[in-house]
Design a protein around this ligand. Structure first.
Ligand code: AMP
Length: 470
């Protein structure tokens, strides 16, 4: 079994609310876009930690009777997406163990780049792993630590990790969260109103989770910071020395919801500005601006307002596409994309169209959509992408394929234009992307657009994925 190297996930933690598991469930519901493969919740009632996790969507797994089995005022939750081959239940999170530091449960967003090395080391010391996910490594490091208390053992464990992690831990009487020293993945901190009692605490990958449970966003867990909430109150502590920040720009380009604040900035604002700057850098002789829904919506609004061209929702998305559907035995051309999107012929007929999407990965989806727009009567299709060409895989928690499969790693923009059958194609420049996320201090990671990785590439697998010589 190969180690999982790219996981897209959402995490949440609740402290001090009588219905903690229900609030974790609602938060996961809001974070469902960060992973649809499996979901899980661990809850503590002060004595026992109970966990339910399963393959499937949050709403399918957590029914009222299931949540009733997760009592207590503390809970953590996780929602996970993974690539085929690793879609097995034993990789679902949170992971739970009993060790000399008590019972602990952990959920993780990101990717630990030295997980294979750590795992080999732990296995040589007798550790037995149940899953292929790298998150289990963290629990083993905590269990192996000679430190007596959980916060000290955690600190020691975290200092051995390389790469991207936003972590939430649950112990019987406390929640501890931590972010890697470069801050690749987000982790927001909020406060919950509690009728009568002390305010509760909530931690989540994105602030859209707070809105649903009426929590107030306070601040971000800082890179290299560990926050512990227990009976004594809240303790914030820097566990690792400061490193240059590497916040994932793809959170703003595609991954996060536009109604979230990520790294303290509105995702909608970033995307609209990407669209505006794209209109300035790459104008098109067109009649209308059409987004590829939902990923291109905000950038298309920006493109429209900057260019003065009317914004038209000429592709309609079916929001109810499930994970399985019955295909006709006689293959229908581009069936998958047709199931998700359908063009509005009356808007497209005879028009020159600027089609806006967030990214081209392999190029196959874009080609199908360009064809669809043309078949619906568009005269010209000008494809505009609200980020630079994706040329390198991510090792920090976003599921980009290997270099071999990334069309922009192997073809020029003109070759890509021909492949996707567009009349013109343009990408946003790196400088404009930096402006769109207001990165004035060089605090973002752009490795998928530059191939400059902020951590050392440590494993053979990573070298191969990045297309480097071994
Ligand atoms: P393709 O070029 O056919 O590989 O697919 C590009 C589409 O996939 C774009 O519309 C993106 O919105 C979407 N996309 C880009 N990156 C990801 C990702 N990491 N996970 C899921 N979808 C993505």
């Amino acid at each position: 079994m190969t180690d999982k190297l790219h996981e897209e996930c959402g995490v949440v933690a609740i402290y001090g609310h009588p219905e903690a598991s229900k609030l974790a469930y609602l938060s996961l519901y809001a974070l469902q876009h960060r992973g649809q493969e499996s979901a899980g919740i661990s809850a503590s009632d002060g004595q026992d930690i109970r966990t339910t996790k399963s393959m499937g969507h949050v709403a399918e797994i957590f029914t009222n009777p299931v949540l009733a089995q997760l009592p207590g005022k503390l809970a953590i939750g996780h929602t996970r997406y993974s690539t085929a081959g690793d879609t097995v239940e034993r990789n679902a999170q949170p992971f739970s163990v009993s060790c000399n530091k008590g019972r602990i449960s952990v959920a993780h967003n990101g990717n630990i780049t030295n997980a294979q090395e750590l795992r080999a080391e732990l296995e040589s010391q007798g550790a037995i792993f149940q899953a292929s996910s790298d998150t289990e490594v963290i629990l083993h490091l905590v269990a192996h630590s000679r430190e007596k208390t959980l916060p000290l053992a955690l600190r020691e464990a975290l200092l051995r990790l390389e790469g991207a992690f936003s972590l939430v831990f649950l112990a019987e009487d406390r929640i501890i969260v931590a972010r890697d020293p470069r801050g690749f993945r987000p982790l927001a901190v909020g406060q919950l109103e509690n009728s009568g009692g002390k305010p509760g605490w909530v931690f989540a990958s994105e602030t859209c989770a707070f809105d649903l449970i009426s929590a107030v966003y306070l601040y971000d867990c800082q890179p290299g910071e560990m926050i512990s909430v227990g009976p004594e109150g809240v303790v914030r502590e820097r566990y690792a020395p400061e490193k240059p920040r590497s916040q994932c720009v793809f959170e703003h380009v595609y991954f996060s919801r536009p109604d979230s604040l990520v790294f303290g900035r509105s995702v909608q604002d970033s995307r609209e500005l990407m669209g505006r700057l794209l209109a300035i850098e790459a104008p098109a002789p067109a009649d209308i601006v059409v987004p590829v829904p939902d990923s291109g919506n905000a950038a298309a609004i920006g493109y429209g307002s900057e260019s003065g061209l009317p914004y038209r929702q000429a592709l309609i998305r079916n929001h109810y596409v499930g994970r399985t559907f019955i295909e006709p035995s006689q293959a229908i051309r581009d069936f998958g994309v047709k199931l998700k999107l359908n063009p509005v012929r009356s808007l497209l007929e005879g028009k020159s169209v600027v089609l806006v999407d967030d990214s081209i990965v392999r190029g196959t989806t874009s080609r199908k959509i360009v064809r669809m727009v043309r078949q619906a009567g568009a005269r010209e299709v000008h494809l505009r992408i609200s980020c630079p060409p994706t040329v390198s895989p991510c090792f920090y928690g976003v599921d980009t394929p290997d270099k071999r499969e990334l069309i922009a790693a192997n073809s020029s923009v003109e070759e890509i234009r021909k492949f996707v059958e567009a009349d013109s194609l343009a990408y946003l420049s790196l400088g404009a992307l930096e402006r769109a996320v207001q990165d004035t201090k060089g605090e973002y990671c752009y490795a998928c657009y530059t191939g400059n990785y902020p951590t050392e590439i440590v494993s053979v697998d990573q070298l191969m994925r990045a297309g480097r010589k071994i």
